[in-house]
Design a protein around this ligand. Structure first.
Ligand SMILES: C=C(O[C@@H]1C=C(C(=O)O)C=C[C@H]1O)C(=O)O
Length: 450
């Protein structure tokens, strides 16, 4: 969108909110101002790299969009905190009806946020002060805005204009750059080391990951629109904190909790897409027939069923895996569904199953510690989870096909499950495919051969 169109959008949205604020001031006493505005573009048009206020964009598989900016309430986990601390703190908070918390948790709650992640707390959650939702295909957005206490119309105008300000295009403060990414030699060395652990019987599977870096060539709006068009079945999500962005187009639901029901996606086992329909079908058949991939996949399903049993009244997995096709790759996929025991929240479920063997390995605890100790760089939020939370319910998706963007530079992450018989060249190629969504969307040059 052009700078003038962006400014016109900002002005008109602000005028509608001020109007609704003035009407509400004469009527009810609710803290939040609620209105509906015509909106015929994607809510991604409100997202911008250079917005200093924390902000969030989310477009799950349903196609409904959410955008939030500014902080009404924030909740962060620091070095020593765990899931239980988050849960306790959430229990003490209250936010207006219809407003969710957005946030993310790390891959390993036991690890400190180091390296590129040291600029962020270990887990970040916030309820935005200006929140828009738009149903798929609709050209109307619902707006919820919480004015500062005691604000008058003038204050509200200034506040909303500020929340939607973009603070200069392309001007980034000097910050430390990312570390040198791993080349094939170092990656192969990590795979060999993982294979040694497996041969010696300490682990059965380890997910070995790598990252690539590059300059971002697109506006955030272009990036998000690119991802939503190309990956309609993934959850496209972007969250900024202190000007840095975490982005993901996740195909993998860690857990969704609505009332007493829970849904989990197990995703492990990967093949590329074919160049023709025939080749694509053949690759899918080979994936289904591959004992190595089926073993890798079954380990995830078994872990999830075992780990979730204590918080469930009933739980079941689909009979066998299906093939989930994404634009870049195809995966083996099994859905697990269950009925939760009374009082079990989203965070109880996440604590029980995360990180699953799909992103850590098996045995899960040993593999998680192994990854944290031997990856060679801190995973932070990569292979962590992001999503929404309201009163115990919500959805968390695994932060895969993801990137961290700081001052116009991106680190793009991908990992592969290593089991007995894995080959470093094939795994490198798989990691390249997994990086493709973010590379293409961000316009970062890439595709490096082994
Ligand atoms: C670790 C990643 O993906 C995970 C690993 C998979 C595999 O090894 O087959 C498949 C899907 C994901 O659960 C990633 O995309 O970075």
């Amino acid at each position: 969108m052009s700078v003038t169109a962006r400014e016109a959008l900002r002005q008109s949205l602000c005028a509608r909110i001020v109007e609704a604020f003035a009407d509400a001031a004469q009527g009810q006493s609710e803290e939040a101002v609620r209105l509906r505005v015509p909106f015929d573009r994607s809510l991604a048009s409100l997202a911008h790299w250079n917005r200093l206020e924390p902000s969030v964009y989310s477009r799950p598989r349903s196609g409904d969009e959410q955008f939030g900016v500014g902080v009404y309430r924030r909740l962060v986990a620091s070095a020593d905190d765990d899931w239980d601390d988050l849960k306790t703190r959430f229990a003490a908070e209250s936010i207006p009806p219809g407003l969710p918390w957005f946030g993310a948790v790390p891959f390993d709650f036991g690890a400190l946020p180091l390296g590129i992640w040291s600029v962020w707390p270990k887990s970040i959650w916030f309820a935005p002060r200006l929140y828009l939702t738009k149903a798929a295909g609709s050209d109307v957005a619902e707006v919820l805005y919480i004015p500062p206490r005691g604000a008058d119309e003038m204050d509200v105008r200034a506040d909303v204009m500020d929340l939607l300000d973009v603070h200069g295009e392309g001007t980034y403060p000097e910050r430390p750059r990312f570390d040198e990414p791993e080349d094939f030699r170092r990656f192969a060395h990590k795979v060999d080391r993982a294979l040694r652990e497996i041969r010696q019987g300490r682990l059965r599977k380890v997910v070995v990951a790598r990252f690539a870096t590059g300059r971002v060539a697109r506006s955030l709006e272009e990036v998000l629109e690119g991802l939503t068009v190309r990956y309609p079945d993934s959850h496209v999500f972007a969250l900024s904190w202190q000007g840095r962005w975490l982005l993901s187009a996740s195909p993998e639901r860690l857990c969704a909790v609505r009332g007493r029901s829970v849904e989990i996606d197990c995703l492990a086992g990967t093949a590329r897409r074919g160049r023709s329909d025939d080749e694509d079908r053949q690759l899918a058949d080979e994936l289904m027939a591959s004992a190595k991939n089926q073993r890798e996949h079954r380990a995830v399903v078994d872990h999830v069923l075992d780990a979730i049993a204590p918080v469930c009244e009933q739980v079941e997995a689909e009979a066998g895996p299906r093939v989930l096709k994404l634009a870049n790759v195809q995966h083996l996929h099994t859905r697990v569904t269950g009925r939760l025991k009374q009082g079990v929240t989203l965070f109880d479920v996440a604590k029980a199953i995360h990180p699953t063997p799909a992103v850590a390995g098996t045995p899960q605890r040993e593999a998680t510690s192994y990854v944290t100790a031997h990856e060679g760089w801190p995973r932070g939020y990569y292979a962590g989870a992001f999503g929404t939370y309201v009163g115990g319910e919500g959805e968390l998706d695994v932060c895969l096909r993801s990137a961290f963007v700081d001052a116009g530079e991106a680190a793009i992450f991908a990992g592969c499950g290593i089991v007995e018989g894995s080959d470093p060249v094939a795994e490198w190629e798989e990691s390249e495919l997994k990086m493709r969504p973010m590379r293409e969307a961000l316009g970062v040059q890439g595709e490096v051969g082994p």
